[in-house]
Design a protein around this ligand. Structure first.
Ligand code: CP
Ligand code: NVA
Length: 315
């Protein structure tokens, strides 16, 4: 396998996702059994954070150590990245010293420029446009709960006739859900306040066949297999907070919305969550919510992803 980056969900194909889900399940089992698994011994991951993080930091850092490797943690404030060193120069230098790079930053163009000058695989740990590692974890979590085949294998084909309801901002998470739907063959019902719609070009979609837009979030939830939402104000958009609070007031996932979905529907949220804003406590802390599995699975799927990008199809 040549140099393979993971900058957006569409960077991998359906067969590679099937592989990753299978590997993530195996790697998760080993973790739960305290079985030592060190395929990335002597490998180093550089993690570059230009925005805050809890889950992404802990899942990549713990995951890399568990695979036998080590990590270097950099932020804008404590590196030359914050002092205007060109991203291309940073990429050339950092990628000569480590085996893998994870970046959380603002514009997708920035991570693409880094990747273009990197000697090693680059993983998107969230940009303004995409959050592929999160959707990787979300789909794995959905399959764990609802999509194992007769042999107990997680079968991504199970998603084909499913509907995901997206309630909220047309943001990085929404764009990534749309890419995943196009690639894996499910449908997304999208409901955003006016002015916060998804943009097909920004989302990097070939067509609008895999999603339907609804003005009313209740309608978007009708018949859904999974209802999901995210913060009203993403990192980098804090100046719009007050304006967004007004615009998004009706885009709060509550018990009534969950009742519109299928009886066995799941609820997901990438976290951090604001109870009483984009979701009511009765939903996120209720029986249909799988948010804690979803957060934990970040680590298991990213371990499978790091293994794949560095070693290919092993195991
Ligand atoms: N969901 C997620 O990416 O969380 P963090 O911002 O805490 O990394
Ligand atoms: N859309 C959110 C996701 C946080 C994990 C943000 O970009 O801040």
């Amino acid at each position: 396998m040549g140099l393979q980056h993971y900058l957006q969900f569409s960077d991998l194909g359906a067969d590679e996702y099937a592989w990753l889900f299978e590997r993530a399940a195996i790697i998760k089992k080993k973790f739960k059994a305290y079985e030592k698994y060190h395929p990335l011994a002597d490998r180093t991951l550089a993690m570059i954070f230009e925005k805050a993080s809890t889950r992404t930091r802990v899942s990549f850092e713990a995951g890399m150590y568990q695979l036998g490797g080590s990590v270097v943690h950099l932020t804008t404030g404590d590196s030359q990245l914050g002092r205007a060193e060109p991203i291309e120069d940073s990429a050339k230098v950092i990628s000569r010293m480590v085996d893998l790079v994870m970046i959380r930053t603002y514009g997708q163009d920035k991570i693409e420029r880094f990747a273009a000058h990197s000697r090693v695989p680059v993983i998107n740990g969230l940009t303004n446009e995409f959050h592929p590692c999160q959707i990787l974890a979300d789909i794995f979590t959905y399959l764990e709960h609802r999509g194992a085949d007769a042999q107990g294998r997680l079968n991504p084909d199970f998603l084909k006739d499913k509907t995901v309801a997206w309630v909220g901002d047309g943001n990085n998470m929404a764009n990534t859900w749309l890419q995943a739907a196009e690639l894996l063959g499910f449908t997304v019902h999208v409901s955003t306040p006016s002015g916060y719609e998804v943009n097909q070009t920004v989302a990097g979609l070939r067509s609008n066949d895999s999603y339907k837009v609804f003005k009313d979030p209740m309608q978007a939830c009708q018949g859904a297999d999974l209802v999901t939402t995210d913060v009203w104000t993403s990192m980098g958009y804090e100046a719009e907070n007050e304006e967004r609070k007004k615009a998004f007031a009706d885009w709060c996932v509550d018990a009534d919305m969950m009742r519109m979905a299928k009886p066995g529907a799941l609820f997901m949220h990438c976290l951090p969550a604001h109870r009483g804003e984009e979701v009511q406590a009765e939903v996120i802390d209720g029986p249909q919510s799988v948010v804690w599995d979803e957060a934990e699975n970040r680590m298991h799927v990213q371990k499978a992803l790091m293994e794949y990008l560095l070693l290919g199809k092993v195991g």
